[in-house]
Design a protein around this ligand. Structure first.
Ligand SMILES: Cc1ncc(COP(=O)(O)O)c(C=O)c1O
Length: 368
């Protein structure tokens, strides 16, 4: 039996080696730590649940969904709700994805091909690089400055040299939390020979709004998500842009990518969007409180944030220990130390509710 089993495994292994691309075999799947039982401040989720009455109304809505049927392929009610709450002009088309992760992949697939380059400032959202790798695109990460600003001269030089088909600019940027300024963004979009996507995943936590820029640039797309607003479990990403772009990218979308239950829930949530707006405004307030409290601690450099997380730098060599110390106290945050040269000693803390942030602070103080 054991011999047969090991023979079987050898056969499979031989075929995996022969059939699966070598660069894929070298990858590791996106790591998601086990968070059960922890105070979860690692993934930029909204900590608030819905008021009980709303919860009941939502469940009643779901009772009418017929899951024996395929969903509407274009989710028109969801798009209508998005147009209303995000003020999206009829002139622009909307493409929905299973999270904005799926949209990054679809956009990249549309332009991928021999020798095509995907560019992004670094450090930024890791999926830009990962998806470029999946699609065998050349990836160029242009380093931010030590203060996590765009190095405009270098970025323009790299654009000139690499002629990227696609550039992703996360605004605010993850994991640094900052905005790079309109002037620099305009210069990059104007210099870009290909498509530029401004990824506004954290739009709910900032005054910055690049949607109106669609009027100015034919090579620009805007991407958003409902994840950070309070619907991370739903998986709904939103791409907004000229129909000429959206039509092409839509051809790569698998049919029925947005299921019945997601469409019904998103439509319902968008009809009650003021609840999410109140929650995100509360998180903006809590962000200011948390930053002030963190800045009062010794040993930490605390960066400004326009998102629902705060980047901090510990004293040299202490990030892993502080991360583990918090974990031992039941608090999960993100360790960035070791992920990029500019993020040495860095940790990222998602902004929680006031009681959650107090719990974080109580666990953190004894570690410093
Ligand atoms: C900048 C940015 N874009 C996109 C995403 C992906 O969001 P989702 O796939 O949940 O819509 C994230 C998630 O952390 C992000 O930080």
């Amino acid at each position: 039996m054991t011999d047969r089993l090991s023979e079987w495994q050898d056969k499979i292994e031989a075929r995996v080696q022969r059939l699966v691309r070598e660069d894929i075999r070298k990858l590791t799947a996106y790591p998601v730590p086990n968070s059960s039982g922890f105070l979860k401040l690692d993934a930029m989720e909204n900590p608030f649940t819905w008021p009980a009455e709303l919860q009941q109304q939502w469940q009643a809505t779901l009772a009418d969904v017929h899951v024996n049927r395929y969903p509407h392929p274009d989710a028109p009610e969801v798009k209508q709700g998005l147009r209303r709450v995000m003020n999206i002009d009829e002139r622009w088309d909307i493409l929905l994805g299973n999270g904005s992760d799926e949209l990054i992949q679809l956009i990249a697939m549309a332009v991928a091909g021999a020798g095509q380059t995907l560019m992004a400032p670094e450090p930024s959202f890791v999926m830009y690089r990962m998806i470029a790798q999946y699609l065998q695109m050349d990836y160029v990460g242009v380093p931010l400055t030590e203060r996590f600003e765009i190095d405009l001269e270098n970025t323009l030089a790299r654009i000139e040299r690499e002629q990227p088909a696609l550039i992703f600019l996360a605004q605010p940027n993850n994991p640094t939390g900052n905005l790079w300024g309109d002037e620099k963004l305009r210069r990059i979009i104007e210099a870009a020979p290909g498509l530029v996507v401004i990824d506004e995943a954290y739009t709910a936590f900032t005054e910055a709004d690049y949607l109106p820029w669609l009027e100015d640039y034919p090579n620009l797309l805007i991407m958003r998500t409902l994840s950070k607003v309070g619907l991370a479990g739903l998986r709904l990403g939103i791409l907004i842009g000229d129909p000429a772009w959206v039509n092409e990218i839509n051809k790569l979308r698998l049919p029925y990518n947005i299921g019945n239950l997601v469409q019904a829930t998103a439509t319902f949530a968008l009809d009650h969007f003021e609840v999410f707006q109140q929650q995100t405004q509360e998180l903006v307030k809590q962000r200011a409180v948390l930053i002030e409290q963190l800045r009062a601690l010794p040993e930490l450099t605390v960066y400004d944030s326009e998102a629902n997380f705060v980047l901090v730098r510990t004293a040299p060599g202490r990030a892993a220990e502080i991360h583990q110390g918090l974990k031992d106290a039941g608090v999960l945050i993100k360790k960035l130390d070791g992920s990029h040269a500019l993020l040495n000693d860095c940790l990222r803390i998602t902004v929680g509710s006031a009681p959650e942030n107090n719990r974080l602070m109580s666990a953190l103080v004894p570690l410093l």
